[in-house]
Structures are given as C-alpha cells and as structure tokens.
Design a protein around this ligand. Structure first.
Ligand code: GUN
Length: 283
C-alpha cells in the first residue's frame, strides 16, 4: 500500500504559485481573492481563516467580507455585484453553506463566471461537462492533481464515486469521465452500496460519514480516495473510510488529515492565479 501524500504535493504546488505570483506582480497585477462569509458556523470560519492565511503566504491579496446570519439576500447580491466590478478582485468565493433563508443557487449565479474560482456557476459547470476549459471545483480538481502526481491514469478504470453533491461528487464524475474512466456514482438512495464499491478499481468517497467504507467493500489492490472530513467527539479528525483496515487491502490510499484537504486550498490558489492571468490577457 502506498500513501498519497496530499500535504507534500500541495506544498510543491503552492511553492510554484509563489513564483508565478511574483511574475504577475512584476507585470503590475496582484492576484486578489474576495471571500464572503455569512453567519457564524465554526467550521466555515476555520476554513476561511485557512484560505486567508494560504493567500497571504502565496502573495495573493485577499479580503474576507463577513456578514451576520440574518443578512438579507439583496444585501449579499449587492456585495457580490460590487466584487464583480472591483478590478483588484480576480476571484470571488462564497463560503457554503449559506443560511436557510438565502437562495444559494441565485447567489452563486450572481458571481461573474470569470471570477468564479470555486467553479460553482452554471456557466463553469456546463464547461466542465462539455470538457471545455473553465473553473473547476477545487476539491475534485485536487483529486485529479493527486492522481497525476502518482501516475494513476483514470483511462479505462472502473471508478465508483460515493456522494453526488454539486461541490464534490458531480464534478468528480465529470472530470473522470472526461479522462475516459467508467464512472459509477452512488448516493443516499443507492440500493446496495457495497455491490458498487466492491467491483471498482478506484473508490472516491466524500459524504461525511466516518467508517462508511469498510474493508469488505473494497476490491484487493483498489485505489481509495477519501474526501470526507469528520470530527469525532474525541476531537480526532477522520475521513469516511475505515483507514486502518482498508489500507491493508488497497494499492493507494489518501490519509485524513493530510490527503485531499490540503489539495483543496492549493487548487483555490491555483484558480485565483489562473483568473489573474486571464485578467492580464483581457487587459
Ligand atoms: N463549503 C464546503 N466546501 C466548500 C468549497 O469548496 N467552497 C465553498 N465556497 N464552500 C464550501
């Protein structure tokens, strides 16, 4: 079994981005990221702090716009429209989830697709489905980078993606299909999950349930990518895979923490630098 070390890969990507940002700055462009954070969900605050600190280390300018949980939808839209017009902002990220009274789809559709570094706008979702260049959601993009780094080519592989969210599962499916994998996507209403995972050459799971994937569900020598992040009552962070037992059976596995997590932020920085480079071309 080989451990896929997301921390090392993400450090390498971030260090390359530092050089790219320096070049952009020399040409008069400082990449800028605006983050909109609504409410006081502790996990969202932690993620946003991590994003802010990574931007700073990479030389990317970032601002975090915080709003109370009872803010009106109109006010959020107004703020995004302001960010769309701001020439110093290349990327806009609305931290999810948003409070229940807010129409998340409408908010995401307000973001200028050219600044949509999360890749959640229907324009970029459509581009991904068609296999065209656009912004791709950071977590599944990070998984593809990890596979590339370990010379794992998805072409022809049977891949089972567990979880069909707009943020992870669906874009993961599209990216793998674009690389000619045969992709099976499972979700909460899948009748027999094990029947699907058991025959897969690669299982990718991101649903937020500790120990959902056990060793009896995995084929010998399969590749296992764990996108889940769960905090146990003890404070320990674990993924969705029973790592101890599954790792004995598979060829490659990602740990939690230190697997997919650090890649997500690296891809956000990469997408922001990509947006800044496109601003340069547009000028
Ligand atoms: N909440 C959980 N994951 C994400 C993500 O990738 N982007 C945003 N904006 N919010 C999230």
């Amino acid at each position: 079994m080989k451990l896929i070390d997301g921390k090392t890969i993400s450090d390498k990507i971030k260090s390359n981005l530092v050089d790219e940002v320096k070049k952009l700055k020399a040409s008069g462009i400082t990449p800028g990221l605006a983050v909109l954070l609504v409410g006081d969900d502790p996990a969202s605050h932690t993620y946003v702090k991590m994003k802010e600190s990574s931007c700073e280390k990479t030389g990317i300018y970032s601002i975090v716009h915080k709003m109370p949980s009872d803010i009106s939808q109109e006010k959020i839209i107004e703020t995004i429209e302001m960010m769309n017009k701001n020439p110093n902002i290349d990327g806009i990220l609305v931290q999810l989830p948003l409070p229940k009274h807010i129409d998340t789809d409408l908010i995401l559709q307000t973001i200028d697709p050219k600044k949509d570094v999360d890749g959640f706008h229907p324009y970029n979702v459509g581009k991904l489905t068609l296999g065209l260049d656009g912004f791709v959601p950071c977590t599944p993009l990070g998984v593809m980078e990890m596979l590339k780094e370990y010379d794992i080519n998805p072409k022809g592989l049977d891949v089972c993606v567990v979880g069909a969210s707009n943020i992870v599962g669906k874009p993961m499916h599209d990216l793998l299909l674009n690389e000619f994998a045969t992709v099976d996507i499972c979700h909460i209403f899948t009748k027999d999950l094990k029947e699907h995972t058991k025959r897969a050459d690669m299982v990718i799971v991101g649903v937020g349930k500790p120990n959902l994937i056990t060793d009896d569900m995995i084929k010998d020598g399969a590749i296992v990518i764990d996108i889940g992040i769960n905090k146990l009552d003890s404070g320990k962070l674990v993924g969705d895979v029973d790592f101890e037992n599954v790792s004995k059976k598979c060829s490659f596995i990602t740990p939690v923490p230190g697997g997919v997590g650090p890649m997500t932020i690296a891809m956000l920085l990469k997408n922001t630098v990509k947006a800044a480079n496109q601003r340069k071309t547009d000028d």
